[in-house]
Structure formats: C-alpha cells, structure tokens
Design a binder for this molecule. Structure first.
Ligand SMILES: N[C@@H](CCC(=O)N[C@@H](CS)C(=O)NCC(=O)O)C(=O)O
Length: 252
C-alpha cells in the first residue's frame, strides 16, 4: 500500500528480523533489519507496545503502525491499515496517487463478502492448517482452504486481470501475501499440500505472476522469499527446505 499510494515520504518502513523469537519479533543486524530500532534503540517489538501502554497484555504483532509525533500505536490490524493508507493521506498526494482507490464505493459490498471467505479459509486457513495439532483440526481446515483456492481459480477463469475484475482492489492486496508464500512455505512447511499454486492453479498462478512481475515496485520488491521461507522453517524445526526451485514461480 505504501508503494502503491506513494506514501514513502510519510510512512517509513522499519523491518524486524524474520525470525519470531521467544520474546516475539526483534531487531538484529541481518538482512533488512538493523540491530536496534532507529528512534528508541529498542531491541524488541514488544517495547513499542509497552511504550504505548505499560499495561498492554495482548499479542505483540506486526504490522504495527506507529505515530512518531504522538509516540503511540495508531493501529496493528493490517486490514484497517490498508484502509487508512487508501484514503488517509490523499490530501497530501499528487492527483495520480490520490485517485488510486483499492476500496471503491461501488464494489464495497462485494469486496466485504469476498474478503470474509478469503480471510477465513485462505489467509487464516493456512495457519489453521499448519498449526493444527490434531488430525481432525487439520482435516477441518485443509479441505476448505483448497475449496476456496478452487473457487478463486474458477473466478479467474474468465480472464479477468484482478480478483474483482479490471481494477486492482484490496482483495488482491490481501490475497497476495498468502499466495506468494504458498508454494515455498505453506505447501511444504504447513502441509497445505493438496496442490501447489504453480502446478495446480494456472489462473491463480497467472494472476499472481501478473502482480509480482508486472508491478515489481509494489509486489516483488516488497517480498523477501528467502527470509519468509527461513522464518516459517523456524516455526517447524529450523530446517530450511531446499525447494521449491525456483522459489517463486516464473511467469507463464
Ligand atoms: N490481525 C493482525 C494479525 C497479525 C499477526 O498475527 N501477525 C503475526 C505475524 S504474520 C505476528 O506478529 N505474530 C506474533 C506473535 O503472535 O507473537 C493482522 O492481520 O494485522
């Protein structure tokens, strides 16, 4: 959203290390993270949460949008941050950026409806499948996940460019992170392995490659495949799988 809307001047991205440690997300001088956060010298993400609220007792999650002036958390829910970025800075942006609208009024009911099942069965479905500790829980989530991927595949079979048709919306933005990680992380490490996107879902793969390769600043350059594969590997047992090769599918 930052790249799409051209918000780099207003919103700085600060990367944590890709490994989720016992104390939560932390800074470390490796890859695109530095040893400490540049403003307070914090080592852990949780320190921001406690600065905002010393009594905070919930999860310390990313993404987290921090207000440097008021020194507090604005929001830590990605779906809401998308909407903040969609319109919140428009008065400061050049016309061509201000007019980019990933949640257009006319499509809102349809977007809300599709977001709901994509979130429950795909975005969250991979986690519910991967973290299942019983066969029943695994079965209860892996089949709905693939049923929704089948549904998306069918939706894209009319040759549409984006999930909602001819316009890029937040549905694409929200689905992209799950699909870009799918073959390299969820298929192997989370046992979401009925089919790979690249071999089993030609339309979804074509949609994905269009975003990834044709809008590189927005999608490719904001994705770090080796880092997320290593990160997800640590969730399992730390052994980073060799494949798939190539890590990200090539343009059909
Ligand atoms: N509702 C949040 C959930 C975010 C979330 O669960 N983030 C994960 C990483 S993808 C996290 O930071 N987990 C850290 C933890 O649970 O300790 C959103 O989608 O923005």
């Amino acid at each position: 959203m930052i790249k799409l809307k051209g918000l780099e001047e207003y919103v700085e991205v600060i990367w944590l290390h890709w490994e989720l440690g016992p104390q939560g997300w932390f800074f470390k001088e490796v890859d695109n993270s530095s040893a400490k956060d540049p403003y307070y010298g914090f080592t852990y993400l949780r320190e921001f949460y406690f600065k905002a609220d010393p009594d905070y007792d919930k999860r310390f999650t990313v993404p987290m949008l921090w207000d440097r002036k008021y020194e507090t958390i604005v929001n830590n829910e990605s779906s809401e941050i998308i909407r903040i970025f969609n319109t919140g800075f428009n008065h400061l942006l050049p016309a061509d950026k201000a007019e980019i609208d990933v949640y257009p009024t006319a499509l809102r009911p349809e977007i809300d409806e599709i977001n709901e099942w994509i979130y429950n069965t795909v975005n969250n479905g991979v986690y519910k499948t991967g973290f299942a500790t019983t066969q029943e829980a695994y079965d209860a989530n892996v089949y709905p996940l693939f049923k929704s991927l089948d549904r998306l595949e069918k939706l894209l079979s009319d040759g549409r460019e984006f999930i909602m048709g001819s316009v890029l919306t937040e549905v694409d933005i929200r689905l992209f992170p799950t699909i870009v990680r799918f073959d390299a992380a969820y298929f192997t490490l989370f046992r979401c392995n009925i089919r790979m996107i690249r071999f089993g879902y030609p339309n979804l793969n074509k949609w994905f490659c269009h975003l990834y390769y044709d809008f590189p600043e927005v999608f490719m350059e904001t994705t770090f495949p080796e880092q997320f594969r290593a990160g997800y590997a640590t969730v399992v047992n730390g052994i980073v799988p060799a494949g798939p090769e190539p890590l990200i599918s090539t343009k059909p």
